[in-house]
Design a binder for this molecule. Structure first.
Ligand SMILES: [Zn+2]
Length: 101
C-alpha cells in the first residue's frame, strides 16, 4: 500500500477570510497622514485607504470622527477656518497620539 502524501501548503496567518487585514502599524501610518487628510490634501486613493482602515479599527474611527467634527465646526464659521496655530496644535495632537501607540 502506497499512500501519497498530498502536500497541502498551509500558511499560518492568512486573514483573507476575515475581511480586513489590520495591523497595529497601520494606525501609526494613518495618524501620520491624518493632518493632510483633514486639510483635504491627500489623493483620493489614500482617503479611501484611510476610510477603509476606519471601518476596521474602532479606535481610529472614533479619533478621526471627533477630529473631523471639530474641523467641520470650524469650517461652518464665516471666519477663517483654522488658524496656523490651530493646525499646529492639531498636528501635534495627532503626532502625540501616533507616538503613544
Ligand atoms: Zn487603527
Amino acid at each position: 500500500m502506497t499512500k501519497k502524501k498530498t502536500a497541502t501548503q498551509r500558511k499560518p496567518s492568512k486573514p483573507s477570510s476575515h475581511g480586513h487585514s489590520h495591523r497595529q502599524g497601520d494606525c501609526v501610518n494613518l495618524l501620520r497622514q491624518l493632518s493632510a487628510y483633514i486639510d483635504d490634501e491627500l489623493p483620493s486613493d489614500v482617503c479611501t485607504e484611510i476610510r477603509r482602515h476606519m471601518g476596521a479599527c474602532p479606535n481610529c474611527e472614533v479619533f478621526i470622527a471627533s477630529l473631523q467634527h471639530t474641523v467641520t465646526l470650524c469650517r461652518h464659521r464665516p471666519a477663517p477656518p483654522l488658524t496656523s496655530a490651530d493646525r499646529k496644535n492639531m498636528r501635534r495632537a495627532i503626532l502625540d497620539a501616533a507616538n503613544a501607540q
